[in-house]
Design a protein around this ligand. Structure first.
Ligand code: GLN
Length: 197
């Protein structure tokens, strides 16, 4: 048992922050919005929501958050990037010169699903969450083009990884915060709570 409730940070410089905050609360976490290095110091976990990765990479530098986030996550801070957040965390981006934080040993392809599933909800098999399929909401989503040996692929769609984990770092190409299904948030809160003790 953790000594106190988990404080989950949600990076709040751009993107669908509120939806993540509400979903994390439903999973039992307290939520702190993170815009400053001081706020980052107070959280037990960090979620980077969906949004626009090129903008957020610039804003992270602007707010002086890039190095502090990298340091804390390399030090074991549980981290989850959804969609744009997974792009930000990736080692690199296929066919693009885009700066990333290199927290997750994957190459992502931005806007990878093309027009058919540019924005769609598709059922995903995610054995780690149980037998029932998970509603995968994709919005101009990336996919995983390459995953290093330390990366566990927890779900795939169309032959590409869309939910990955490497130790304390998790990435989803889809948006669980936009559904009523709390199982990915529960999974993250459980993983982060286990890391607290
Ligand atoms: N297409 C966006 C990007 O490349 C990500 C979209 C999202 O986060 N929903 O940054």
């Amino acid at each position: 048992m953790a000594a106190r409730p988990l404080v989950a940070g949600v990076l709040a410089v751009q993107g669908d922050v509120e939806e993540h905050a509400r979903a994390l609360e439903r999973s039992g976490a307290r939520v702190r919005l993170v815009k400053t290095v001081a706020a980052l110091r107070e959280v037990d976990a960090l979620v980077v929501p969906g949004g626009e990765s090129t903008t957020v990479i610039k804003l992270l530098d602007w707010f002086g958050l890039t190095e502090p986030i990298v340091e804390r996550v390399r030090d074991g801070l549980p981290f989850w990037g959804t969609c744009m957040g997974m792009i930000v965390a990736a080692h690199d981006v296929a066919d693009m010169e885009q700066k990333t934080l290199d927290l997750l040993d994957v190459t992502v392809r931005r806007n990878a699903f093309g027009r058919q599933v540019a924005s769609a909800e598709v059922p995903l098999d995610i054995p780690a969450l149980g037998a029932e399929q998970f509603p995968g909401v994709f919005i101009r989503a990336p996919w995983i083009e390459r995953a290093g040996p330390a990366v566990e692929v927890l779900a795939s769609y169309g032959g590409h990884g869309v939910f990955v984990r490497q130790g304390n770092v998790m990435g989803t190409a889809f948006h669980p915060e936009l559904t009523a299904d709390g199982r990915v948030h529960d999974y993250f809160v459980k993983m982060a709570t286990a890391a607290q003790s």
